[in-house]
Design a protein around this ligand. Structure first.
Ligand code: ADP
Ligand code: ADP
Ligand code: ZN
Length: 216
């Protein structure tokens, strides 16, 4: 299973990804998570990408592609993977195609989680993340049982520094670079569109059905 999630910031990619990897046992490869980890560890990559994440601009293609290439070459990605947040530009999509063709393991499905743009500001500014396990919550739509505390591990919940109205606005503008990927994958007959403006569990039911049909 070599799959990817496509959608606007806040569409619910990370939320669906955590359910997919739990059920289908494939590694979750999120460039956003990898960049945030690099920033927290102050690695050379982290120091370079920090300015982009803080402002909501896309990290340059060359660096992003290099990071994903290294990640995909690790052993756990040999039996499938879930890409989340990559590719986000046409050059990234083309580089991914070349890489996967070289490895003889092309993508077999792209799930496009579709939501109208007007729901995203509320979703993103209310998002909270667990500092310990990375689980995602929402203060209104997916609240934890105890405010500020992760249901799964008891970790502390925090708000991402780019989930502010200013950075969200920039990220939605940057999506113009990602939008052409919908046609790119539709033309290649890889795209399945899922309606993401429903409760999380309903969206997952449909995602699950699509993925089961790939396995079978
Ligand atoms: P993405 O990874 O696409 O940016 P997330 O999965 O992080 O999106 O979701 C963004 C925010 O919206 C989170 O706070 C999450 O809890 C919430 N969310 C995700 N899916 C839904 C949904 N189907 N309905 C309402 N809120 C959702
Ligand atoms: P969201 O879940 O809200 O869609 P991500 O966690 O995927 O956000 O990404 C956060 C930030 O990391 C982006 O705003 C961008 O700066 C950077 N980033 C993540 N993936 C990519 C990518 N494929 N290309 C360029 N920049 C990226
Ligand atoms: Zn947690």
């Amino acid at each position: 299973m070599q799959i990817m999630l496509l959608g606007l910031p806040g569409a619910g990619k990370g939320t669906q990804a955590s359910r997919i990897v739990e059920e289908f046992h494939i590694p979750h490869i999120s460039t956003g998570d990898m960049f945030r980890a690099a920033i927290a560890q102050k690695t050379p990559v982290g120091l370079e990408v920090k300015q982009y994440l803080d402002s909501g601009r896309l990290v340059p293609d060359e660096l992003t592609i290099r990071v994903v290439q290294e990640r995909l070459s690790q052993g756990d990605a040999k039996n499938g993977f879930l890409l989340d947040g990559f590719p986000r530009t046409l050059p990234q999509a083309q580089a991914l195609d070349e890489l996967l063709n070289r490895l003889g393991r092309p993508l077999n499905r792209v799930l496009y989680i579709h939501v109208p743009e007007n729901v995203l500001m509320a979703r993103l500014t209310g998002r909270r993340i667990c500092r310990s396990c990375g689980a995602t919550y929402h203060v209104v739509f997916q609240p934890p049982k105890v405010e500020g505390v992760c249901d799964k591990c008891g970790g502390e919940l925090y708000q991402r520094s780019d989930d502010t109205p200013d950075a969200v606005k920039t990220r939605l503008e940057q999506y113009a670079q990602t939008a052409p990927l919908v046609d790119y994958y539709r033309d290649r007959k890889l795209l399945t569109q899922v309606d993401g403006e429903r409760p999380v569990e309903d969206v997952y039911e449909e995602v699950r059905r699509v993925l089961m049909s790939l396995e079978g």
